[in-house]
Design a protein around this ligand. Structure first.
Ligand code: GRF
Length: 199
């Protein structure tokens, strides 16, 4: 039975593209829908160009009412029958209610070596701390922000003189290798972490 994967984005969707492209051939999963909280997200057109249904649910229409936003999000996803959700640069914090419905079936990619640097500005924080190594983590989503069982990590060096943008670009390349590798394993029911060697 094919596992159906919904992908949630907020921006350019480069992780979404690598995930969607990876799901071909003997892969246990297929992408079923891409949803963005931002109607202007470049990733929506990129998804459509790959022949995927792409839907916007604008969080701004719901003001502070997170429950109403999440109800609309659920409604948008529902017709596509997703078994797994992948958050790929999805920049909204989800409530415990929503997370609870998807517990054990929702993944996120975060641009740091968790448990270091939860939240935003991870690259600037790694540089400011003098870290010699940075990276990214794919984890199961639980109600606590950027927490939950780690399903994979990829590492890169922090080089002398790196700006946050330099480091972000280096880490993003590894995100594009890590997330598809984790999803392939996870969709096959294997939760052992994928550890990529430093590149
Ligand atoms: C990635 O670095 C992701 O880890 C972070 O936002 C970026 C999204 O990039 N949270 P994209 O939209 O996948 O290109």
């Amino acid at each position: 039975m094919t596992v159906r994967v919904g992908i949630l984005i907020s921006g350019g969707g480069s992780n979404m593209v690598t995930l969607a492209r990876s799901m071909t051939g003997v892969h246990p999963a297929r992408p079923c829908v891409v949803v963005s909280n931002n109607p202007d997200a470049g990733g929506l057109d990129r998804a459509r160009n790959m022949g995927l249904p792409a839907v916007a649910v604008d969080h701004r229409s719901y003001g502070k009412d997170r429950a109403a936003f999440e109800a609309a999000l659920s409604e948008a996803i529902e017709p596509y029958g997703a078994d797994i959700l992948c958050l790929a640069g999805f920049m909204r914090v989800l409530t415990g209610d929503f997370v609870g419905k998807w517990q054990g079936r929702m993944l996120n990619i975060h641009p740091s070596l968790l448990p270091k640097y939860r939240g935003l500005d991870t690259h600037a924080r790694a540089i400011a701390a003098g870290d010699r190594e940075a990276g990214c983590t794919v984890h199961e989503v639980t109600p606590a922000l950027d927490d939950g069982p780690i399903l994979g990590q990829g590492r890169v060096p922090v080089l002398p003189g790196d700006t946050p943008d330099d480091l972000a670009a280096r880490v993003l390349k590894v995100e594009h290798r890590l997330y598809p590798a984790v999803l392939r394993r996870f969709a096959a029911g294997d939760r052992r972490p994928v550890i990529l060697r430093q590149t």
